[in-house]
Write a protein that binds this ligand. Structure first.
Ligand code: MG
Length: 219
């Protein structure tokens, strides 16, 4: 039986990961809640596993500011969360026309698409407004599934949402968080992309340099 379903990673696969912009926004958030910017950025990076599956954006601001000795007002927390959400919305809107055209071509050929993303809660909230959302039949976000790649649960959640077995799926991603090995472990065929970042260079096989190359690769 052919593999007909495609499961995509989001950041550094469909849109840029924008790590530098994220840190700049974190520094502005630190200023809003009155804590040291470098310490706030560091605390943020150190708590990624909590942020992926447990804390929402407001909790994250309150908990990290608290750990750094501040007690921000609700208005300050709201302001900081707004900065984070504005960046998230911008990142999700930043899809190139060739990527959208490739997704449309794959769908026209009968492929069904699902997203499988390690991300924080606000990305899941903002997803429906992204030009990507209408192309995807399903999306599995780590805060909603309460599991993050490479945990088999989140891959199964994406495949189940399409009503297919994982061994009928391709997984397309840059390779962060060990996601390629995780996908292979549940039976998905893996395609690595280097469009935005060469994250997992030792992964075997020829990567694609752009999502648009998928159209030929899967023909
Ligand atoms: Mg990624």
């Amino acid at each position: 039986m052919p593999r007909n379903a495609l499961i995509f990673d989001l950041f550094n696969t469909l849109v840029p990961g924008a790590d530098a912009e994220r840190d700049r926004v974190l520094e502005r958030m630190a200023e809003v809640v009155g804590v040291d910017a470098a310490a706030f950025v560091r605390a943020h990076h150190e708590t990624w596993s909590d942020r992926l599956v447990r804390w929402d954006a407001a909790e994250t601001v309150r908990i990290l500011a608290g750990r750094l000795g501040a007690r921000p007002t609700p208005a300050e927390v709201d302001h900081a969360v707004r900065l984070r959400r504005d960046l998230g919305a911008e990142l999700l809107a930043n899809v190139t026309p060739p990527t959208l055209a490739a997704l449309d071509a794959l769908r026209a050929r009968g492929h069904r698409l699902a997203l499988c993303s390690n991300t924080t809660a606000e990305t899941a909230d903002l997803w429906p407004a992204s030009p990507l959302a209408t192309r995807f039949a399903a999306a599995a976000f780590s805060p909603q599934v309460r599991a993050a790649k490479p945990d088999p649960l989140i891959y199964h959640a994406a495949a189940d949402a399409l009503g297919v077995r994982p061994d009928r799926c391709w997984f397309v991603g840059d390779g962060a968080d060990g996601e390629l090995a995780g996908a292979a472990a549940v039976g998905m065929a893996v395609i690595r992309t280097t469009e935005f970042q060469d994250t997992d260079p030792t992964w075997p096989g020829e990567p694609i340099a752009a999502i648009s190359e998928l159209v030929d690769r899967l023909r």
